[in-house]
Design a protein around this ligand. Sequence first.
Ligand code: SAH
Length: 366
Amino acid sequence: MLLDLDIRDRRVVIFGEPAAAVASARRFARAGARVRLVGTEPAPPAATPAGVAHVAQPAAGDVPALLRLLAPAWLVVTTGPASELGDRVRSLCGQLKIAHTHQSVGPVGPRGRVVLVGGGPGATRLLTLEACEALLDADVVFYDRLAPTADLARLAPGAELVDVGKLPYHHPTSQDRIQELIIERARRGQTVVRLKGGDPFVFGRGGEEILACRAAGVDVRVVPGVTSAVAVPAAAGIPVTHRGASRAFTVLSGHLPPSTAELTALAGLGGTLVILMGMASLTQTVTGLVAAGLSPDTPAAVVERGFSDSQRTTPGRLADLPGLVGRVGVTSPAVVVIGDVAAFAADQVGADPLTARLSLLPDPGR
Ligand code: SAH
């Protein structure tokens, strides 16, 4: 049974081993309670959240000291494994008629684990139920810039939240370091969520993280996510396949410009081409595709910041796309769609008159 209680400004006193007690303290502090953490050591545990008061634990037999701690509490929480102190606290709460609960939050046991979670293209509502469950269980979440971060504190109430945010060409935390961090935390017995934008296996380096965990003997599993490669075109009204228009779609990383062999294959394949991380190399890619035989009149579109309030679609002919993108000032993150299905984006044009007008202008650069 789940009870929804308003605990804002209520005094909550939490007992237990540091890892479990800190995770519980974080949950209550995020919900607005005034939290006092009764620690097993004289100093507060390293990860004690800001705003949580710490007090050293009295001996189980020191009833006056325990009463001083318990009397002002609205709720008393014991965490972790059973102990003499925990039993004494529960019995005193009974006598004082103070609400008491026991939480077995925190590390799941001596073996921690890593869950690689695909967070979808950035909107909380596109997280899967399994992703939400993994976040709810997490002790620590390492998240990227493109993951849905707006509601993380609510979705992962017991977790320390660590931004390993990747900006294009600027990785504050290197991939090797991220792998070290997730493995180190799992070895401490924590449940680690590695939250990524989209699907972990679509240009997400999820495979590398799986291999690193396996090599380190750490349990790891994957929760797939809604990939921007399909969802962001869809947000702009573009179906990546459409009967009679496209019976294949190819997803390409534009992180490096495609090789001549790739351009030739792509131009000859037909169907839809979806390019992620494609803004920096767009001119080279478009020029190469046209040189390889793709019609300059092929419909194309760039969709920026899919599923955000500032989502914008810039449609145009393939050959016009680089100039158009420069003129409207397209920025990352954006998905490029090339192929007949991109013409569906024209339906969206009415929503953005500037883009509509610009898309009708001839490119002065041509
Ligand atoms: N694993 C991710 C892709 C990571 S590569 C996935 O499956 O979606 C990062 C690229 O994804 C960005 O450069 C951009 O091309 C695209 N992208 C991700 N989220 C996006 C969004 N909300 N809007 C537009 N493009 C997005």
